[in-house]
Design a protein around this ligand. Structure first.
Ligand SMILES: [Fe+2]
Ligand SMILES: [Fe+2]
Length: 182
């Protein structure tokens, strides 16, 4: 069972990961591996490294095509991904994944200069996702368990769009995944 989950995750990232990542010049696979590497380099706990690796897996399990935001569609990939992961991992993995889009809205509301650093595809999807959080939404977000991990994940997400950056491949993360499977 564990082996099945590991193989399925590795296949999704390696196989479907060849799709372009939104407007970025890198693909989903490189984006996932760069996010995981940033989390690892930052000394994060295993669940957050795994969450970084699989944070966009919702894009890989839906049938909405390569870039639904281009057509003005919010694919809710954070909810799809968290639901897909929920049978396999606990909340330390699934909650940062579920909240990583909200964390972008949070950071844009909390740190106005953060908006200026967003990549073009993040700016485009932000509008579809509800724009920056209001003060009340920020307070509600900060009351959620795992919100801080979601914010950390969000920063790795935004940094994981570097064309040509060398990373370990997905097999490097198999022990991390195995340690976090429930
Ligand atoms: Fe995402
Ligand atoms: Fe992402």
């Amino acid at each position: 069972m564990q082996q099945d989950a590991i193989a399925t995750i590795a296949e999704l990232i390696d196989g479907k990961g060849g799709r372009q990542y939104g407007l970025s010049s890198i693909n989903q696979r490189a984006h996932a591996l760069q996010a995981a590497l940033l989390a690892e380099q930052a000394g994060c706990d295993l669940p957050l490294i795994v969450a970084a690796l699989v944070h966009d897996i919702g894009h890989m399990v839906h049938g909405l095509g390569e870039d639904p935001a281009e057509d003005g569609i919010d694919d809710h990939h954070e909810d799809l991904g968290a639901a897909w992961l929920a049978g396999r991992f606990g909340p330390a993995v699934t909650e940062p994944v579920r909240l990583h889009v909200a964390a972008k809205r949070y950071l844009c509301g909390k740190e106005p200069e953060y908006f200026g650093r967003l990549s073009p595809d993040s700016v485009r999807s932000l509008a579809l996702q509800g724009g920056p959080m209001s003060t009340a939404e920020i307070a509600a977000f900060e009351a959620l368990p795992h919100y801080a991990e979601a914010v950390r994940l969000r920063r790795f997400d935004e940094g994981a769009k570097v064309k040509g950056l060398a990373t370990p491949d997905v097999t490097h993360y198999v022990p991390h995944i195995r340690a976090c499977l429930t």
